[in-house]
Ligand binder design. Structure first.
Ligand SMILES: [Zn+2]
Length: 164
């Protein structure tokens, strides 16, 4: 795939001249995955593994804004959001399953899993939260999303499943 040949988020990113990067009026931030995962690890050590829900909450906030900004039919919106995820460097998103009651997304090369390193449990809580926002708006109901496989635990990729 030639990413240069089509309009991408990166092609539309604008430097506002005051330390801000804007995409269609929304501010974005480039950050090393190690920075985010360093914070996640430190908060886990201080407060315990339940803090994954706090990172998922952050993902939901950003994911809700992203989903609201994309118009069209539900599947069309999902495809555009999945493409955005890839363009933003959040990994190689794929739709494994899509129906009014089921959403399964796979992510290869999750930057979060790669930066985190080996883990006993899944670590991609930011992606999970984003996908909860997708599921809520596209399926019309709040769904819990589980990361059923994570590269940080030895999986070939990360896999997320929204359940009713
Ligand atoms: Zn993962």
């Amino acid at each position: 795939m030639n990413a240069q040949a089509q309009t991408s988020i990166l092609a539309e990113l604008r430097d506002d001249g005051h330390g801000g990067l804007l995409y269609r009026g929304s501010r974005f931030l480039l950050i090393r995955p190690e920075t985010l995962m360093g914070a996640q690890r430190a908060v886990e050590e201080a407060l315990g593994p339940g803090v994954g829900e706090c990172f998922a909450a952050g993902g939901r906030v950003g994911g809700a804004r992203a989903t609201a900004a994309v118009a069209g039919e539900a599947r069309e919106r999902l495809d555009r959001l999945v493409k955005m995820g890839r363009e933003l460097g959040w990994g190689e998103f794929g739709v494994e399953s899509w129906s009014p009651v089921r959403l399964v997304i796979t992510v290869r090369h999750s930057p979060f899993a790669e930066a985190y390193g080996q883990s006993q449990g899944p670590v991609c809580h930011l992606i999970r939260g984003v996908l909860e926002a997708f599921a809520e708006q596209l399926l019309g109901r709040r769904r819990q999303v589980l990361e059923t496989m994570c590269a940080a635990t030895g999986g070939a990729s990360c896999r997320f499943e929204a359940r009713a």
